[in-house]
Design a binder for this molecule. Structure first.
Ligand SMILES: Cc1cc2nc3c(=O)[nH]c(=O)nc-3n(C[C@H](O)[C@H](O)[C@H](O)COP(=O)(O)OP(=O)(O)OC[C@H]3O[C@@H](n4cnc5c(N)ncnc54)[C@H](O)[C@@H]3O)c2cc1C
Length: 303
């Protein structure tokens, strides 16, 4: 993440700014640019539209770093309901989950157990679970949880971040378990001890990982980016890919690009967040593209 993105996160993480946005009607309205809505009905409606366009979906019931075990159990139950809804409505969707939402950091065993419960219910619904990747200090425990649950259930995938130095070594472990792997650049402000700081370095690492994933039949790669150069490389490699793969993009980001990739016949999955806990998600979208901050501020002052 560049210096401007870091500054955006430093400001938006301040309690007063968080309060201003997360508790205002303006903030809620603005979140709708990147979030499908607050309820499962909103999410299901968005999935229907995307499925009709030819896109698959990953549903993210927003939440992370829950305050206590009760909230972690409630988050698991919300996701179980989400999987039941996917099944009942015949939606072409899986779920994406953050382990800190299931209690990682409060009760790690509970988080792993809950991930297993989600994998099991997802299997009943004929779908899969993707584990999002969060801050660098959680990566070791996240990869270990993935290994444990994937060994038992076989329908779990995980996100990896090209900005982290450790990702190639993590991939050795992940590939040994199979499943799907979502490659992204990484959305958190990480220090130079663990992560590349320059855009060019993050992009070069992304390309090297794309080459590796596309050449690995044991896993299903998801190339998660809106970056034209990264997308072009995946397209070049697609011809010699044996086995399934897909592009992934975020709801509300570069919609025309999403549509044109679908028109060209590429498999595209859209990451669709929903729920009331949208603030941290929104701050990362602002940090990626500071122009979004101006958009939000203009709306906040009513212009
Ligand atoms: C499906 C998906 C899942 C993800 N999961 C994770 C995860 O588990 N963990 C994690 O750390 N990160 C995750 N990310 C976020 C990711 O790490 C990047 O922060 C984000 O995708 C921006 O990087 P980019 O590859 O699109 O390239 P960039 O170089 O940042 O963007 C390329 C172009 O895309 C457009 N763009 C990018 N972001 C935005 C935005 N917010 N608003 C408007 N336009 C934008 C701009 O036109 C920009 O020039 C995920 C991203 C995707 C697409």
């Amino acid at each position: 993440m560049n210096v401007v993105g870091r500054s955006v996160l430093a400001v938006t993480n301040r309690p007063t700014v968080r309060k201003l946005f997360s508790e205002s009607a303006v903030g809620r309205r603005l979140s709708l640019r990147f979030v499908a809505g607050e309820t499962i009905d909103d999410a299901a409606a968005a999935v229907q539209v995307l499925n009709e366009m030819g896109a698959q979906v990953s549903l993210d019931h927003l939440g992370e770093h829950v305050a206590d075990v009760t909230a972690a159990v409630a988050a698991r139950d919300d996701y179980l309901d989400c999987l039941d809804r996917i099944h009942a409505d015949g939606l072409d969707a899986n779920i994406a989950v953050k382990l800190t939402q299931l209690g990682l950091g409060l009760d790690d065993d509970l988080a792993v157990e809950s991930l297993g419960a989600l994998a099991s219910r997802a299997a009943d619904a004929g779908t899969t679970v993707t584990v999002d990747m969060e801050e660098s200090e959680l990566v070791e425990r996240t990869v270990t949880a993935f290994e444990t649950v994937q060994a038992r259930h076989g329908n779990v995938g995980i996100a990896v971040q090209s900005y982290l130095y450790r990702t190639p070594a993590d991939l050795d472990r992940i590939v040994a378990r199979g499943g799907h792997v979502r490659l992204c650049k990484g959305a958190y402000a990480e220090p130079p001890e663990v992560a590349y700081q320059q855009t060019g370095q993050v992009d070069a690492a992304f390309d090297a990982l794309t080459r590796r994933l596309m050449a690995t039949p044991a896993i299903k790669p998801a190339i998660a980016t809106h970056d034209n150069d990264r997308i072009d490389l995946a397209k070049q490699l697609a011809g010699s890919r044996t086995g399934p793969w897909e592009f992934q993009m975020l709801y509300g980001v570069r919609r025309n690009l999403q549509r044109s990739l679908l028109d060209e016949g590429y498999p595209v999955r859209i990451y669709v967040p929903y729920g009331t806990a949208w603030y941290p998600y929104l701050t990362r979208r602002m940090a990626e593209r500071p122009a979004n901050v101006a958009f939000f501020l203009r709306a906040a002052v009513g212009r």
